[in-house]
Design a binder for this molecule. Structure first.
Ligand SMILES: NC(=O)c1ccc[n+]([C@@H]2O[C@H](COP(=O)([O-])OP(=O)(O)OC[C@H]3O[C@@H](n4cnc5c(N)ncnc54)[C@H](O)[C@@H]3O)[C@@H](O)[C@H]2O)c1
Length: 466
């Protein structure tokens, strides 16, 4: 093994072992490149973990294999990403033949465990998209596989790298409101972004674990990291009252629907070349319909979600997720023994200019390099004093700029070896964030609070560990 490759792999291992060590220690560009394979060539795999890696970091890495169960999408992905590597529909064959250093997992959520476990067993480091997995049994199997392996697992939590949420972390870390006692966190998905989950595989629990896992894993990871303690107990309510069986009419899918004119949610996939190339042109291989009816009967996830979480350090969290809001945005408030922090992003009523909700969703998902910057406030209000406003420079592109910063932290060299905000996430972070969502699901099903410690062999700690 060459010296630079050894350094990279060592740094991946160190990252997962201690969240204070980011990947950026990589000494790149000298000898052999890092060999990467990717499984799951859908929208996230081809863009963020595919084309973007090739465009930005080709001096230090190369793709040696792509894998997907859909051969048509796989062929399209190769061209879109811009690589000449071999393609496979069999994951194990890909690993045996291409011998990668690092496997990137961007398949449907319910299958992540399969590739993480096999990848670790076959002697590779693994980087998985969120969520780590979708239920507690798969979660424990991943924890066991990681313990048995000398290779490491990274979870790609991009939200921590958004400068605005990093600033919130800094304020909490600096003890600006004393000891944290309670948190309110509310996330509103609009009728473009929220609706999109109900059209896709995400609409069934068996594929995405419900939005409690697929979506809220982002939020619970932020909360665990901000609160800096482990979740201990979860009580939740949730229901499906808007999408799925509640719709006034149904069609096979938007393209062929008789209710195109009446349905506020009608979405013309044929207008998007990218969606046609990725999904519609490859329906013949797996039957996956990307513009499925969001009022179909089989949808079994919740569209309103509310939970209380008690943390081991006694912080109490009130959380909600709404999926059919006229606006997209979020609010958080932290109460401490010495004051309060309030933060929010994208709430249009606080802005002077009108925000186009469809354009907002597109900008957020975009991986283009053009970034439009804005200044967003965080309020820090100490008890008995006037409040202060902390202004933060933000962008909308690629999850608030978090996408780019996450990858730069892995693949670009910087002077600092230690991240002062502990943003790199390892297996424990991945597990703790999905376990809250899994507990919330179980709480709704059983009508009682669920202990996080009962779901796996991870024991909740007062001070968050990585
Ligand atoms: N961090 C983020 O902000 C973010 C954003 C979008 C998606 N994601 C994650 O990325 C992953 C992919 O999401 P997406 O939106 O690209 O979905 P997608 O449906 O576009 O792509 C999923 C791909 O996985 C393939 N696949 C499914 N099962 C497979 C299997 N058993 N073996 C091989 N391939 C398989 C499908 O054919 C498809 O090509 C998900 O886990 C999602 O949670 C993360």
């Amino acid at each position: 093994m060459t010296n630079s490759r050894r350094k990279f792999i060592t740094s991946i291992s160190m990252l997962a072992a201690s969240s204070t060590l980011p990947l950026q220690a990589f000494d790149f560009g000298k000898t052999k490149k890092l060999k990467i394979v990717l499984v799951g060539t859908g929208v996230r795999g081809t863009s963020f973990w595919g084309k973007r890696l090739v465009d930005e970091y080709s001096d230090i890495l190369e793709f040696v294999g792509l894998c997907d169960i859909n051969p048509g999408r796989l062929e399209y992905a190769k061209g879109f990403i811009g690589v000449k590597c071999r393609t496979f529909t069999d994951f194990e064959e890909m690993i045996k033949k291409s011998k990668p250093d690092l496997i990137i997992v961007t398949t449907k959520d319910s299958t992540h465990h399969e590739f993480i476990i096999k990848g670790l067993k076959m002697g590779c480091d693994v980087l998985t998209e969120k969520p780590l997995t979708t239920d507690e049994i798969k979660c424990q199997a991943i924890l066991d596989a990681e313990k048995m392996s000398d290779k490491k697992l990274i979870v790609g939590f991009n939200f921590r790298w958004n400068p605005y949420v990093t600033k919130v972390k800094e304020l909490l870390q600096n003890n600006s409101i004393g000891k944290l006692t309670s948190v309110d966190f509310h996330w509103y998905l609009n009728t473009y972004h929220g609706a999109s989950y109900f059209r896709r595989w995400h609409g069934l629990k068996e594929h995405g674990g419900s939005l409690w896992v697929h979506k809220s894993t982002h939020h619970f990871d932020l909360l665990n990291w901000w609160i800096d303690s482990d979740p201990e107990e979860v009580f939740a309510y949730g229901d499906l009252e808007h999408y799925g069986k509640n719709g006034p009419f149904k069609g096979a899918n938007c393209r062929t629907c008789d209710y195109k004119k009446e349905c506020d949610y009608y979405w013309d996939i044929t207008k998007s070349k990218r969606d046609m190339d990725l999904y519609v042109n490859n329906e013949e291989y797996d039957g996956y319909i990307r513009d499925n009816c969001l009022f179909r009967e089989e949808i079994d996830i919740y569209d309103k979600m509310s939970a209380q979480v008690k943390y081991k350090n006694n912080t109490v969290l009130n959380y909600s997720l709404t999926t059919y809001s006229p606006i997209e945005g979020w609010r958080v408030a932290f109460n401490g023994t010495e004051g309060r922090i309030e933060a929010w992003l994208d709430i249009p009523y606080t802005k002077t200019k009108v925000v186009d909700q469809e354009a907002l969703h597109k900008a957020e998902m975009a991986q283009n390099k053009e970034e439009i910057f804005d200044i967003e406030p965080i309020i820090v209000h100490k008890l008995w004093k006037d409040f202060d406003t902390v202004d933060v420079k933000t962008t909308k592109a690629g999850h608030g700029g978090g996408d780019k910063k996450l990858q730069d932290s892995m693949f670009k060299k910087t002077d600092s070896k230690i991240d002062p905000y502990q943003r790199p996430a390892g297996i424990r972070d991945g597990a703790m964030s999905v376990l809250i969502g899994i507990a919330a699901r179980k709480s709704i099903e059983n009508g009682k609070p669920i202990s996080i410690g009962d779901l796996s062999d991870l024991v909740p700690q007062e001070k968050r560990q990585s």
